[in-house]
Write a protein that binds this ligand. Structure first.
Ligand code: PFF
Ligand code: NA
Length: 452
């Protein structure tokens, strides 16, 4: 293995994986789904899936990447041929590419909202504003297809440029500053939200539960979100794992990713719901939740416009370090498989994903009341894309778990995990039986209800 195939520092895989994991999933999607699904019960299912299913699969996914040292689709092809198993396992790579393509399409639209808010903050437009004004300004943004399309284009273009130029592996220094800075400013936001809002109502909402309150679709969303937030089950982590140095610990790395990711989501959730309950807003507000609450805290803070601007810039940084990890596996595949030049591969993927993103843009305005789409699918186009990711990611994760659990040999796994026999046994039991059974259980309960 030549050195340029490996991350430049031993800790860089961790940094890149945290960069992929921490993003809009924590700050935007986690709070809004939790709010829509009534709070604690949703979080309970979410947390259970992270720790009993997510971490074992995270270990499996890094292992497959590091073992094959290839992009996900070519890596699965390589692993199935060396193990003389069915080429059907290559579905893992394909499914992952499909998920990445769909997620990028709406991820970029939402990141575009953060771009808009960076501007609103830095110009002081929302300084001192009340909840009503902030809500109205968000509605005005959603009503404008040209504006949303512009931001979507800028964000996806910037992500494509970073991957296309191959400099995504060089942004480790940026992440080293960005991640701690994001954490610090989130704590500041939390303190302000607690001061002007209702932190104890937030804590009650998030941490007390009645599982019977959770709808069936809520189960699927909670499981889907735990895969989404860890960037799991779709090849992003596998693609990065291919560059991970052989002597870094798989188990410790996987736990670190999950703990940091969960901490960021919880802090964001507490801050946002403290503001919601303080200002009498609706927890089930939907995808706009983050954007109609956090600006309230910045409206009150000293130097609020500046801090708010910095905050949304950091959000954009976290979003871009996630979006590049969506482009990377697909681009690497197109390069390996079709001999494309890197810039061509990236353009092909991103242009297609950009076009699909227009569906999400229009979901909030032109197609918001579109009866045909709603009658056919029972939800908006954006809702349908999210539903697909809630299914594809756990399905991909389940296949990864089964492959790592049943096809890899004891020797190979031990070579990667270098751990004691009892942790190996526990891990293998989790990926062979528990993780696949948990995914199957949620699918069997929920999917029959969701259709139609
Ligand atoms: N984990 C990212 C987030 O929480 O924002 C989203 C994501 C990135 C999902 C990369 C999947 C992925 F491959
Ligand atoms: Na995340």
């Amino acid at each position: 293995m030549s050195t340029h195939n490996v991350w430049t520092h031993k800790g860089t895989f961790l940094l890149a994986a945290v960069g992929s994991a921490v993003g809009l999933g924590n700050l935007w999607r986690f709070p809004y789904l939790t709010g829509e699904n009534g709070g604690g019960a949703f979080i309970l299912i979410y947390a259970l899936t992270i720790f009993a299913v997510g971490i074992p699969i995270l270990i499996a996914e890094i292992m497959l990447g590091r073992n094959s040292r290839r992009s996900p689709i070519m890596g699965m092809r390589f692993l199935t041929s060396t193990h003389k198993t069915s080429r059907g396992w290559e579905t893992i790579g394909w499914l992952g590419a499909a998920s990445a393509f769909i997620i990028l399409s709406f991820y970029s639209v939402i990141a575009g909202w953060a771009l808009h808010y960076t501007g609103l903050m830095l110009t002081g437009s929302l300084d001192g504003a009340d909840a009503e004004t902030i809500g109205a300004s968000f509605d005005a943004l959603l009503a404008s297809p040209p504006l949303l399309t512009l931001y979507h284009t800028l964000f996806i273009g910037a992500s494509a440029l970073i991957v296309g130029l191959g400099i995504h592996r060089g942004i480790e220094n940026g992440l080293r500053v960005l991640m701690p800075a994001l954490f610090v400013i989130l704590m500041v936001v939390l303190v302000y939200s607690a001061a002007i809002g209702d932190l104890s109502a937030a804590a009650t909402f998030l941490f007390t539960f009645n599982v019977a309150d959770l709808s069936l679709e809520g189960w699927l969303q909670a499981m889907g979100q735990s895969f989404f937030t860890l960037s799991l089950g779709m090849g992003a982590i596998m693609a990065y794992g291919a560059y991970m140095s052989s002597d870094a610990s798989l188990t410790r790395t996987a736990f670190a990713i999950a703990v940091v990711d969960t901490a960021v989501a919880m802090i964001a959730g507490l801050a946002i719901f403290a503001l919601v309950f303080g200002a009498g807003l609706d927890p089930g507000e939907g995808p706009g939740l983050m954007f109609v609450t956090l600006p309230l805290a910045f409206a009150e803070m000293p130097a609020g416009p500046l801090l708010g601007g910095v905050f949304f810039i950091l959000v954009l940084g976290a979003a871009i370090s996630s979006s590049i990890s969506l482009i990377e596996p697909v681009a690497a595949f197109l390069v390996e498989r079709f001999d494309l030049e890197r810039p061509q591969a990236v353009s092909a993927m991103v242009i297609a994903s950009w076009a699909l993103g227009l569906l999400t843009v229009f979901s909030f305005n032109l197609m918001a009341e579109d009866t045909l789409f709603h009658t056919l699918f029972g939800r908006s186009a954006f809702g349908l894309l999210e539903l697909l990711t809630n299914i594809f990611m756990p399905l991909g994760g389940m296949l990864i778990a089964l492959f790592a659990g049943w096809a890899l040999t004891h020797g190979e796994v031990m070579k990667e995990m270098r751990t004691n026999e009892s942790w190996f046994r526990l891990w293998r039991f989790l990926v062979r039986f528990i993780a696949p059974a948990a995914v199957a259980f949620v699918f069997l309960r929920t999917i029959p209800q969701v259709e139609g």
